[in-house]
Design a protein around this ligand. Structure first.
Ligand code: SF4
Ligand code: SF4
Length: 416
């Protein structure tokens, strides 16, 4: 039984067992059982791909609710930069930040501000002796979990820097405590406004030995209409934004990588591409690279399933917003860059049992592997999905593990 708390769930009443989702799941986590989809918690990486492809809207993401922030005296919003790309005719990020204050937040701390600091310290990190190259960004929680489950040998390539959301939460709480010494730590609450369910799972489960500093995660789609109602475009508002091009650029693929200021990088997106690339990296089948940025969603965070805008349009809107921004508004001084502060780093990676492991016993594992191969050779090999598994190989594995009955193969059954 998995102890990982997921954010992607199925509404069984809506599921027709159509099998559309099983073939798109990057970790083969879904099976159809008794006519309904079932997610294997140990394999799911909360990528949201099944939400995207389900024609019956039977999959959904569970996030927190804004009203849950009422338990705090001082409420801080942490907007992901993707939020800025969601609105029509927006010429200034300050309208979004002002809107967040109007819907009830006491303060706003931009994740793009923290992203600029993370970029600066990542540049320092990459110059540190002993860092395994290519260094892979750990900013996308889907990618981190995918590596742990499917490509564990690449875990040592992951950069041990916390994602901007987490750094922003820590810095926002520190700032509030300093500016409002009358507040007790438990009275300060931080709410991340997320483009994807994976960030919500990250907050629920923490990261290795760390508990997240984020208290609530609300989706962009849930907050969008509330904000639209409060944003007064064209009115006079205070200057609130403290981000530059670098921080806002993190919302789309390549934004994090270009901020490394090293040409020797690769940036890719889309879970299928990410899966293939990790496979190539594991097999040593890539050129020498310093840094790899991988985003599970197409286009980067702008492509998250909890956004409102087409990712390509959101990207274009961000491009317009970035045009008058300085390169960065958050560059640490030379002295501050002498070492990377602890609040940016994690020591231990979370450990996920690799999904390719068939048994803890090597001999047993090898026997099972051979049985799977034999059974697979006897199956029709057309990957029809009618057995409820995404393909014949996955079905053979289920049968040998005792998770499926060979009689579920309708084609084999018809032949007999
Ligand atoms: S896509 Fe999956 S979850 Fe959606 S109806 Fe079909 S089987 Fe059910
Ligand atoms: S969220 Fe992603 S990994 Fe989880 S079941 Fe859906 S497609 Fe598979």
């Amino acid at each position: 039984m998995s102890s990982y708390e997921h954010s992607v769930v199925i509404n069984l009443d809506k599921c027709t067992g159509c099998t559309a989702c099983i073939k798109h799941c990057p970790t083969e986590a879904i099976r159809i059982k008794n006519g309904k989809a079932e997610i294997n918690d140990e394999r799911c990486i909360d990528c949201g791909e099944c939400i995207r492809v389900c024609p019956h809207k039977a999959k959904k993401a569970i996030c927190g609710q804004l009203k849950n922030m009422e338990r705090f005296k001082w409420k801080i919003a942490l907007p992901a930069p993707t939020l800025y790309g969601q609105f029509e005719n927006l010429e200034d990020i300050d309208y979004v930040l002002d809107g967040l204050l109007k819907i009830g937040f006491d303060d706003v701390f931009e994740v793009s501000k923290a992203a600029e600091l993370v970029s600066a310290y990542t540049r320092k990190y990459l110059k540190t002796e002993g860092v395994k190259k290519p260094a892979i960004s750990s900013a996308c929680p889907v990618v981190v979990r995918l590596i742990g489950l499917r490509f564990p040998s690449l875990s040592e390539n992951l950069i041990h820097m916390l994602p901007p959301m987490e750094v922003a939460a820590r810095l926002a709480k520190e700032k509030a405590a300093k500016e409002h010494p009358e507040l007790k730590p438990e009275e300060i609450g931080v709410c991340f406004i997320t483009p994807c369910p994976a960030k919500s799972s990250y907050v629920k489960n923490g990261f290795a030995e760390y508990k997240s500093s984020v208290d609530e995660v609300v989706s962009i789609s849930d907050i969008y209409f509330l904000l639209i109602g409060e944003m007064e475009l064209g009115s006079d508002i205070k200057q609130l934004s403290q981000s530059g091009m670098i921080g806002v650029g993190w919302a789309r693929t390549g934004g994090e990588a270009t901020a490394i200021f090293n040409e020797n990088y690769l940036a890719a997106d889309g879970i299928e591409n990410v899966n293939k690339l990790l496979d190539q990296i594991e097999n040593g089948n890539i050129p020498q690279l310093e840094f790899i940025e991988l985003n599970a969603c197409t286009g980067g965070c702008v492509g998250g399933v909890l956004t409102m805008q087409n990712p390509f349009i959101a990207k274009a809107k961000l491009q317009i917003l970035r045009r008058y921004l300085p390169v960065s508004q958050n560059t640490p001084s030379k002295d501050e860059l002498e070492y990377i502060p602890n609040c940016y780093l994690f020591n231990e990676l979370p450990e996920y049992p690799p999904i390719s492991r068939l048994s803890d016993n090597i001999a047993e594992s090898m026997r099972m592997m051979s049985d799977i191969q034999k059974l697979r050779n006897n199956l029709p090999g057309i990957d029809c999905g009618s057995c409820g598994a995404p393909n014949c190989r996955a079905f053979a594995e289920d049968v040998i593990k005792g998770l499926a009955d060979i009689k579920s193969c309708r084609i084999l059954d018809d032949k007999e």
